[in-house]
Design a protein around this ligand. Structure first.
Ligand code: PLP
Length: 356
């Protein structure tokens, strides 16, 4: 195999690829994994033994702290293949910095940058056939860290496992997303872990999201935990509101995840002369804008779906519908962002990262 593997990472090769078992035309997001995975253990105060090996089950003590105290963080990023077959990442340093920021908040030791990038790039080359060309096809990348020390004393683990998994993904169309504005439950709170990609943030969202689904909605728009007055995030995405031709999104805080799609969209919109306001926005302002027909769009942003338009929102049992519009910002900026990601347009911001 002609792949460039560094001497620091050991590679255990697969015997036979599983790629022919996967139906790439009918992928369910996050269900299939590639041939390889990356694993690196933290023991006696340092990260060691970085290994790329065949994807497979782990053997971990049932007393590992991750199972009892949820000491775990993760990332979500993607690799893309252009028409020449070249592989690209999008702003990967931001994901790297963010997983370490999340780790710090969860008392997990930070991971070295050189090993992260070497592991990622080496594994992408080993699994390169799993990245299908074509606009919308991608490889979803899931780095994560778990506390592996055996022992149920409530203190930070002394041992951790840093891993990277790859899952092939197709273009994702969310359809019309109906959301309900949270009036009781909260995703995060001041001083909490909302700004970290902590596994437990997701677990805590499942129950309120299930309640919303029982009422016929797809997602919850999270509000501030103090007053349930300000609009903050939509499900597991950042959220934007277009009032007339101004884009408004909540400012980054303790409670809000600093999304890479969010900040990329803000930069693209500003470059195109669109007014973007990063400020607090109340439910009241949203409802008034909706009643005055000034509210044109609501959409979520995140790596998995890029941009997901919202068709209806509900507050205090009243449903507000957003009429369909042409030339939506959601469509325009989704295309512009994807054209940069797939090397179809000039990358004036320097966001693309070649894998070779
Ligand atoms: C991951 C995530 C996002 C989106 O971040 P991207 O970097 O754009 O993928 C937004 N909100 C929450 C809560 C998240 O976990």
């Amino acid at each position: 195999m002609s792949t460039k593997i560094s001497h620091t990472i050991s590679v255990k090769h697969i015997e036979k690829s599983r790629i022919n078992e996967v139906d790439f035309n009918n992928l369910i997001f996050g269900n299939d994994f590639t041939d390889y995975m990356f694993e690196c253990d933290f023991r006696n105060g340092s990260w060691g033994n970085p290994t790329i090996k065949p994807f497979g089950n782990l053997s971990i003590s049932p007393a590992a702290k991750v199972f009892h105290y949820g000491q775990a963080v993760f990332e979500g990023m993607k690799a893309y293949k252009d028409e020449q077959g070249k592989i690209w990442l999008f702003r990967p340093e931001d994901n790297f910095n963010r997983i370490n920021k999340s780790s710090k908040r969860l008392a997990i030791p930070e991971f070295p940058k050189e090993i992260f990038f070497e592991a990622l790039e080496s594994m992408l080359l080993l699994d390169k056939d799993w990245i299908k060309p074509g606009f919308g096809n991608s490889l979803y990348i899931r780095p994560f860290v778990i506390a592996t020390e055996s022992g149920v004393s409530a203190s930070p683990s002394s041992e951790y496992k840093f891993m990277i998994l790859f899952s092939p993904a197709q273009a994702y169309y969310s359809g019309d997303v109906k959301v309900v504005i949270a009036e009781h439950f909260s995703r995060s709170a001041d001083g909490g872990v909302g700004a970290a990609k902590a596994a437990g943030n997701y677990a805590a969202q499942f129950y309120p999201t299930n309640l919303a689904k029982e009422q016929g909605f797809h997602q919850v728009i999270w509000t501030d935990s103090n007053e349930h007055k300000y609009l903050e995030e939509a499900g597991t995405m950042n959220v934007f509101f277009r009032i007339n031709d101004t884009l408004i999104t909540a400012p980054i805080s303790d409670r809000i995840l600093d999304g890479i799609t969010r900040k990329s969209l803000i930069a693209l919109a500003k470059r195109d002369g669109i007014t973007v306001e990063e400020r607090r926005i109340t439910i009241q302002e949203l409802i008034e804008a909706s009643k005055n027909n000034a509210l044109k769009e609501i959409f979520g942003t995140g790596t998995a779906a890029v941009i997901s338009p919202v068709s209806d929102f509900s507050h205090q049992q009243v449903v507000y519908h957003l009429p369909k519009i042409s030339n939506s910002f959601a469509t325009i900026f989704k295309t512009k962002l994807m054209e940069i990601q797939y090397n179809k347009s000039e990358d004036t911001f320097g966001w693309r990262y070649p894998v070779e």
